[in-house]
Ligand binder design. Structure first.
Ligand code: ATP
Ligand code: MG
Length: 296
């Protein structure tokens, strides 16, 4: 399959600070690529390089076969981009702003804009300056999707969205993928990336430390689980369950960490009376640790 996004040796230094180092990346058509990484890892730097808002210090980036540094305008026309710090003219209403942007892009179907706004429950008649943070973010999402671009590059798209709207956004992404569009998004939220991405890349200090399918990442993820039993926790059984680590009892409670699938744990618990089960999302740090542990 053809690579829609391709970088080779892509590097960005800000004076003495490393933004991104020697990145070789290929994202094929119809793929959702989720970019994870802690603050300052280089996610925004990568996304801005891909849309030509930054010039690489070394290496190159191609989108749809276009060299971004060579022809940024052509890339802009073909890509829907949501910046991490999306801002719009506060004095315009959502409708006015989106019409203005649409005209710049050579006309956008008003029905598409309306449908997007409706799905995201965004009131286009309000002044952007009067919108809440989450509602302003929705304007940013609509402008990225409204011209049906073949490529979407979205920097922390769900920042500020409530859980229902996050879910609606993920539906938008799934719809775009079903139409064979290519999506690269950055996020801090692993569950969100898991829910929608085919491939996940983890950036750390400007380097892509791992690129994996979501299944492979999940198989390595750690999850912290708290169990409350109606009786003493069956510690010997838990200790013998595959994938269980860091097991510790606390009265009728057991705290543990599961590596990968929880299927074995669930099966092992079947004969017991579990009154409560709390599962904490694997956080990025834990994913990193799992990654390094595997590398030995
Ligand atoms: N304009 C700039 N001038 C100098 N350094 C910069 C600039 N932009 C980014 N950096 C540095 O580049 C590195 C990567 O930053 P970047 O914004 O790409 O990270 P990020 O992964 O998007 O982080 P976050 O999760 O906080 O959004 C950081 O060390 C940052 O301080
Ligand atoms: Mg960022």
């Amino acid at each position: 399959m053809a690579a829609v996004i391709r970088t080779s040796g892509l590097t960005k230094n800000y004076g003495g600070t490393v933004g991104l180092t020697g990145l070789d990346l290929e994202v094929t058509a119809g793929t959702v690529f989720g970019c994870l990484g802690p603050n300052g890892a280089g996610k925004t730097t990568l996304l801005r390089l891909l849309v030509g808002l930054l010039h690489p210090s070394q290496g190159r980036a191609e989108v749809l076969g276009i060299d971004v540094a060579h022809d940024p305008d052509e890339v802009h026309r073909r890509v829907g981009y949501l910046p991490g710090d999306f801002r719009a003219y506060p004095d315009l209403t959502g409708e006015e702003y989106l019409r203005f942007l649409g005209d710049l892009r050579g006309g956008v179907d008003a029905a598409t804009v309306e449908e997007l706004a409706e799905r995201l429950k965004l009131d286009l008649s309000r002044r952007i300056g009067a919108l809440s943070h989450g509602n302003r973010q929705k304007v940013g999402i609509v402008q990225a999707f409204m011209h049906d671009p073949p490529v979407l590059i979205l920097d922390e798209p769900t920042s500020g969205l409530d859980p229902l709207m996050q879910r609606e956004f993920l539906e938008l992404v799934r719809g775009a993928r079903a139409d064979d569009r290519t999506i690269l998004l950055s996020s801090h939220i692993l569950t969100e990336v898991e829910a929608v991405a085919d491939v996940v890349g983890i950036l750390r200090q400007g380097r892509m430390v791992t690129v994996d399918s979501v299944e492979d990442l999940k198989a390595r993820a750690l999850r912290r689980i708290d169990l409350t039993f109606g009786h003493e926790p069956p510690m010997a059984v838990l200790a013998a369950t595959p994938g269980v680590r860091e097991l510790r009892a606390d009265g009728r409670r057991a705290h543990l960490v599961v590596v990968g699938s929880t299927a074995d744990l669930v099966a092992a618990l079947a004969p017991y009376r579990v009154e409560d089960l709390v599962s904490h999302d694997a956080d990025l740090e834990e994913i990193f640790l799992a990654h390094y542990a595997e590398e030995g």
